[in-house]
Design a protein around this ligand. Structure first.
Ligand code: NAD
Ligand code: WQD
Length: 338
């Protein structure tokens, strides 16, 4: 049974991935400083899986503390989710983003190197494609990135490529996520944003719950069939399973691999609202507002590389994504605090 160290394992995608890792027979060790999550998430993972999880309250930038975790545990591979992710905040606090995301990754990789642990899966983002034509393919050059958060993802990809080029015994998967939504179908874990959500799905579900009065749709004058932006929403459990496939791949053959994790389908904001209304049986109060700075009209994946090389395809559609989000939100109106 391999030990997999999961940085940011108490977070939204990390918690779902821990469940799937345990289901697949791996032993999970979580490192999180809870800057955007709560230890309760780990209790919920234990409840779902029936397995006790070893976890450390540790900032990955704390070299000595992280080193001790590697000393104490025989780690086979690392899945690296820990980082800050709010695009708007990154424009206001760029140094926090460069420090946490980039410096944190460098500390982690240095320690991995010292311990000869050279298997790494990294959470990258479709944001690195910038303004490329859709569908986005892994072979495309990165596009123009308009915010510090996106720059950190692009730079970390480059750092990891340089690392692999310097030492081919590393084995690294760069996973470019599209728009993860949904929740585990138990309703026990899900997305738990602090304060007013930035992303659309938690915003819609909090409007449905009556916690927020109204959703503003950011623009309906885009060159799309209904005028609203199109995104490749992917169920977080599908995304989590993609990580299991990536771990299998890097443990089999060393190399550096880049994969899109998306469905290959796009839905508009209005289509997402409709699907949520159908799943929840609640009318969503919304109005059309101005465009949001930096939004691309259309973003979706070409998901064939992950299908061909990882034997991974997303199986859940938009209805299931909305049903599972609603179950999580309804059962946990205050997130992990309830
Ligand atoms: P999240 O905020 O829920 O999870 C990140 C976790 O990392 C949190 O539990 C947080 O407390 C922890 N963390 C942050 N900085 C840390 C540090 N220095 N040391 C230890 N722990 C730290 O976010 P998420 O949505 O689960 O995203 C996970 C990863 O995937 C992030 O790297 C994010 O940039 C990336 N990603 C997310 C999305 C998305 O839409 N959610 C899309 C593309 C990529
Ligand atoms: C989706 C759509 C908005 C809120 C972000 C990051 C990206 C990746 C995923 C990390 C857009 C519209 C939103 C609202 C709205 N994260 N919207 N009203 O911007 O596609 O992607 O998360 O890597 O890097 O940029 O996601 O959920 O914010 O927006 O109309 O109140 O919903 O305009 O079309 P986005 P989102």
């Amino acid at each position: 049974m391999h030990n997999i160290l999961v940085t940011g394992g108490a977070g939204y995608i990390g918690s779902h991935t821990c469940v799937e890792l345990i289901n697949a027979g791996y032993n999970v060790i979580i490192v999180d400083n809870y800057i955007n999550s709560q230890p309760e998430a780990i209790k919920r993972i234990e409840k779902i899986t029936g397995k006790a999880i070893k976890s450390y309250n540790c900032d990955i930038r704390d070299y000595n503390a992280l080193k001790n975790i590697f000393k104490e545990n025989d780690i086979k591979a690392v899945i690296h989710f820990a980082g800050l992710k709010a695009v708007g905040e990154s424009c206001k606090k760029p140094l926090d983003y460069y420090d946490n995301n980039i410096y944190g990754t460098i500390v982690l990789c240095n320690i991995m190197n010292e311990f000869g642990v050279k298997n790494l899966v990294f959470s990258s983002s479709a944001t690195v494609y910038g303004e490329n034509p859709v569908p986005y393919k892994e072979s495309m050059k990165a596009g123009t990135i308009t915010n510090p958060y996106g720059h950190t993802k692009h730079m970390i990809e480059q750092i990891l490529r340089d690392l692999y080029n310097s030492d081919n015994s590393w084995s690294i998967a760069l996973l470019r996520y599209f728009n993860p939504i949904g929740a585990h179908e138990s309703g026990l874990i899900g997305e738990n944003p602090i304060g007013i959500p930035n992303n659309i799905m938690p915003y819609i579900s909090q409007v449905a719950l009556g916690k927020l009065p109204k959703l503003t749709v950011f623009g309906d004058d885009y060159n799309t069939p209904d005028g609203t932006c199109i995104r490749d929403y992917i169920h977080v459990v599908d995304l989590a399973i993609g990580h299991i496939k990536a771990i299998e791949k890097i443990l089999l053959n060393s190399g550096i691999y880049t994969y899109n994790l998306g469905t290959g389908n796009g839905y508009s904001v209005l289509e997402l609202i409709k699907a949520f209304e159908k799943a929840s049986n609640v009318k969503i109060n919304y109005s059309i507002g101005p465009r949001r700075n930096g939004d691309l009209p259309i973003c979706y994946a070409d998901a064939t590389k992950a299908k061909n090389e990882l034997n991974w395809v997303a199986k859940y559609g938009i209805d299931k994504m909305c049903e599972d989000t609603w179950r999580w939100q309804k059962n946990n109106p205050n997130g992990y605090k309830s």
